[in-house]
Design a protein around this ligand. Structure first.
Ligand code: AMP
Length: 423
């Protein structure tokens, strides 16, 4: 059997690239308005970065990483990035950006890799757009990134999205809450799924967002984080909510939305589009005030989010919002005879030189066959060169939309087309 693409990956052929460019253009416009600058980091990193930057107890690290030998040192491995926040923080530290500016606002776009079970909306190579704000505790930064994600969706015309927010506390208030959760789940330990049994002592908050029905049922009545936040976290959360309300965001508070790692702090949020079913999360993020320190940097509060571009495309498709393909006004030269071929070749290249889209068959085919190509390329203007026209120093200019034709002196063809295309 012929070689096929790896499972969980996709080919994006020219017919759909316009959709990607449409989203990317909207993202760049948004980031410019919000003052975010683009970064590009390597697609693979030292595996240790993700162990520490995402956390050894997460599914991503335990089950989903593509790791391979570096080929330099025995036992040292690299990993295809499963997300971009850890790499952004590594770049922030390695380039000592914290010493150059007090507030850093970055965005990125690119492929990420997770060895997960592929299904609609879940791929092994997928693309994320994400932002990171480094250097501020301000609740307004949390609100800003949430608003930014929502503005992108509303610019794209997406409807029926839901926004969920939560606070996951901080190293001051979380240990006591953790203990309460462990005490709550310990008597039910044997009934939890295998994953949750191993999460119980390492990362009990993750039990709250387990997708297994049995775990969901077992967690009914579990202690809620909101009753266990310290004053600082509670105040921060109130301020974020006040800002979101002031900006007319229709959000719900979901106490089960967790980012259960020690360096994730305070705000967590997710944007969902329910018709995507089990892969309904189209963007998610939150605060990670402890991550820069975890990676041996100075204390640097930070907040960000990541959005799955394939899922946004799926949502756009479901709502009939994909853009119409753009057709550039183009020119096609139909040349009949050897001399006409040479003249046509010169005209096509003169036009391309001025960045006007121009083409020809390049072989002496029949008029009918050349016009067929002109139609295929959606040419707006066709220049017809035959021996008779050439002998008179003329060409025929045909307007494809109306089928009208006129005669133009050869020497004026380029200027005439240029004025038609560029106005
Ligand atoms: P996360 O980094 O897990 O918080 O994911 C952020 C966003 O990336 C999610 O809301 C999804 O839209 C998208 N995403 C995560 N994993 C995948 C995947 N395997 N395939 C497609 N999109 C994904």
């Amino acid at each position: 059997m012929a070689i096929q693409k790896p499972r969980g990956t996709q080919d994006f052929l020219p017919a759909v690239i316009g959709n990607w460019r449409y989203i990317e253009a909207a993202i760049r416009k948004l980031c410019a308005a919000y003052g975010f600058e683009e970064i590009r980091t390597p697609i693979f990193e030292d595996t240790g970065l993700f162990l520490r930057g995402i956390g050894e107890t997460t599914d991503v690290v335990q089950k989903e990483m593509y790791s391979f030998p570096t080929g330099d040192k025995k036992e040292q491995t690299y990993t295809l990035r499963p997300e971009n926040t850890a790499s952004a923080v590594r770049a922030y530290l390695e380039n000592k950006v914290y010493g150059q500016e007090s507030l850093t606002k970055w965005f990125y776009m690119g492929p990420m890799f997770r060895h997960d079970k592929p299904q609609a909306g879940r791929y092994r190579q997928f693309h994320q757009f994400g932002v990171e704000v480094l250097g501020t505790q301000a609740p307004s930064a949390d609100a800003d990134v949430i608003l930014m994600a929502l503005q992108l969706f509303s610019d794209l015309g997406l409807k029926d999205l839901s926004v969920q927010v939560n606070s996951v506390g901080c190293p001051n208030c979380r240990p006591a809450y953790r203990d309460k959760l462990i005490a709550f789940f310990e008597p039910k330990k044997d009934e939890l799924c295998e994953d949750c049994q191993s999460r119980l002592y390492k990362n009990p908050m993750r039990i709250l967002d387990c997708k297994e029905e049995s775990c969901k049922a077992l967690s009914v009545g579990a202690p809620e984080i909101h009753e266990n936040l310290c004053e600082e976290c509670a105040t921060h959360f109130e301020q974020v909510k006040t800002l979101l309300t002031a900006a007319d965001v229709n959000y719900t508070v979901n106490p089960r939305l967790v980012r259960g790692l020690d360096y994730y702090t305070k705000t967590a949020f997710e944007v969902q589009y329910a018709p995507l079913g089990s892969q309904s999360a189209i963007a998610g993020g939150g605060r990670y005030d402890g991550l820069v320190e975890e990676l041996d940097g100075p204390h640097t509060p930070a907040v960000g989010f990541a959005m799955g571009i394939e899922r946004v495309l799926l949502a756009l498709e479901k709502q009939g919002l994909l853009p119409e393909p753009e057709v550039e006004p183009s020119v096609f030269v139909v040349a009949l005879g050897e001399a006409a071929q040479l003249e046509g070749f010169k005209i096509v290249h003169a036009l391309r030189h001025d960045y006007i889209k121009a083409s020809m068959v390049g072989e002496n085919k029949s008029m009918k066959s050349q016009l067929k190509h002109a139609n295929k390329t959606h040419a707006k203007y066709v220049i017809i060169l035959g021996d008779d026209e050439l002998a008179r120093g003329e060409a025929i200019l045909r307007y494809m939309e109306t089928s009208e034709q006129e005669t133009v002196p050869l020497a004026e063809v380029k200027a005439r087309i240029t004025s038609l295309v560029k106005g």
